[in-house]
Ligand binder design. Structure first.
Ligand SMILES: [Zn+2]
Length: 247
């Protein structure tokens, strides 16, 4: 596993964006690939340096993995974007402006004024389609000890575990209790934690869910997930008496 601490956040986000575009191309024909490539170029503002840095971040992630998790495909997509920029001599400021204008005409042939998308508005949640392409799967483990004992919901991407929800349920008290939720740094901000909670809630319907008051995640996360059935009760924490506290 690579240490990502030296890759600035912005490059990491760019790499993640390239990765999700690459995943969406699984099984795509040449036309869709060409169209996606244009979208990628527009997303990166035809900025050669920025594409290079994102490609380097993807390659760094790809190198350390025993299994290909799509980073090699993301790097390849960015290399293809770079080849386009270089072929169009869009590597200096004037060339870049001209290339962006051409790209704009191709992506938006109508005479409507066009504004480049504001990246800060981009919602960081994955469409179902991408989750499918990413081979993301839930894996439930049996409770440890008694039925109310700790159980795990693993988020698996291919053969790799990228997240873990550690929780307990008590049918007698109709209570669900979240002990801990971890998502790999590289996959944060994509709504996977909330999806994990919902997956547990779907498996055990109708329960009241709680978590520990010392939970390290920011309050906004629980506000988001408590909009659903069996929302979290902020002022009623701790497990019920039937739940063994340790594994
Ligand atoms: Zn109980």
């Amino acid at each position: 596993m690579n240490d990502d601490s030296d890759i600035p956040q912005a490059h990491a986000r760019d790499a993640m964006t390239a990765w999700s575009y690459a995943m969406s191309l699984d099984g795509a024909g040449p036309e869709r690939r060409a169209a996606t490539l244009k979208t990628v170029l527009a997303f990166f503002d035809c900025d050669t340096d920025r594409v290079e840095r994102a490609a380097a971040a993807c390659r760094a992630r790809s190198d350390g993995e025993a299994e290909d998790l799509g980073w090699a495909a993301a790097a390849a997509l960015l290399e293809e974007a770079l080849a386009h920029l270089r072929a169009a001599e869009a590597t200096d400021e004037a060339g870049r402006a001209q290339f962006m204008e051409q790209l704009h005409q191709q992506l938006h042939p109508d005479p409507q004024p066009y504004t480049w998308p504001d990246r800060s508005d981009r919602r960081r949640t994955w469409p179902r389609r991408l989750l499918h392409h990413a081979r993301l799967q839930w894996q439930h483990t049996a409770p440890y000890g008694t039925d109310a004992g700790p159980r795990l919901l693993l988020l698996r991407l291919g053969a790799t575990t990228i997240g873990k929800l550690d929780y307990q349920v008590c049918m007698e008290c109709q209570r669900g209790y979240v002990r801990r939720l971890d998502v790999d740094d590289r996959y944060r901000g994509l709504g996977l934690g909330a999806r994990a909670i919902r997956a547990a809630q779907r498996r055990h319907r109708g329960l009241q869910w709680r978590t520990t008051p010392h939970y390290p995640t920011a309050g906004t996360f629980w506000t988001t997930v408590s909009g659903h059935d069996g929302g979290f009760q902020a002022d009623a924490d701790w497990p019920c008496p039937h739940m063994p506290e340790t594994r």
